[in-house]
Ligand binder design. Structure first.
Ligand code: AP5
Length: 211
């Protein structure tokens, strides 16, 4: 089964996706995580991407498509988190899947009001070592600044400042929201209300995937 997660920054795509990986054996392909990994390793791609990411702009389609193509080997259960984000990426995804004998089964839009997104993202903290995601308000670590899982240092993403979050939401509305109609027309789109506790949101997504 191949599932795309659509939704604005902070909708909870990563949180639900990680749980689906752990509980249901999905492989999660997050272009945001892949890009941050390139930035951390200071690869040529990472250096190019960082300037866009820090400003809350989308990284150019050609960079994203080269990066994703390398990872698109046939998989039984795949979650695409944060990809596609433009119509050009959606069309390229169709080709990539077709070329490897695969197709998309479901697109889940996680819907959350803007004000909630801003609150969530400015309170997000991420482990520098293992990448675990926390929230100072809704999912705080047991010990401030320290990862419960590996003891690593928690940090705030450069693009999680209030101004950059607001810009990312605008970019989402401009560049990614058109995909809602695109997938609606293909009959693949399902919308869930993501403004609930993480367990409830996970169960809503799980129900769509298993029904
Ligand atoms: P990316 O990392 O993909 O960021 P995003 O889409 O903006 O999504 P986020 O990771 O911010 O949010 P999320 O929905 O995963 O929420 P999360 O679960 O973490 O992309 C970053 C940048 O990379 C982009 O701006 C762009 O520059 C570039 N990029 C990436 N992909 C690209 C592409 N395809 N094309 C071009 N450029 C690309 O949750 C957020 C917080 O809320 C956490 O603290 C979490 O604990 C908390 N939380 C989650 N769910 C709940 C809940 N139900 N209730 C309460 N709190 C919750």
């Amino acid at each position: 089964m191949k599932v795309v997660f659509l939704g604005p920054p902070g909708a909870g795509k990563g949180t639900v996706g990680e749980r689906l990986e752990k509980d249901m054996g999905f492989k999660r392909l997050s272009t945001g995580d892949m890009l941050r990994n390139h930035v951390k390793m200071a690869t040529e791609l990472g250096l190019k991407a960082k300037a866009y990411m820090d400003k809350g702009e989308l990284v150019p389609d050609d960079v994203i498509l080269d990066m994703v193509a390398e990872e698109m080997k046939p998989k039984e259960k795949l979650i695409l988190d944060g990809f596609p984000r433009t119509l050009a990426q959606a069309q390229a995804l169709d080709h990539l899947l077709k070329n490897t004998g695969q197709s998309l089964d479901l697109v889940v839009l996680i819907d959350v009001p803007d004000q909630v997104l801003i609150h969530r993202l400015t309170a997000r903290r991420v482990c520098r070592s293992c990448g675990a995601v926390y929230n100072l308000i809704t999912m705080p670590p047991k010990k401030p600044g320290v990862c419960d899982l590996c003891g690593g240092e928690l940090y705030q993403r450069d693009d999680d400042t209030e101004d950059t979050v607001k810009h990312r939401i605008e970019v989402y509305k401009r560049s990614t929201q058109p995909l809602v109609d695109h997938y609606k027309q293909k009959g693949l789109l399902r919308v869930i209300d993501g403004n609930a506790d993480p367990e409830t949101v996970f169960n809503r997504v799980k129900e769509l995937i298993t029904s």
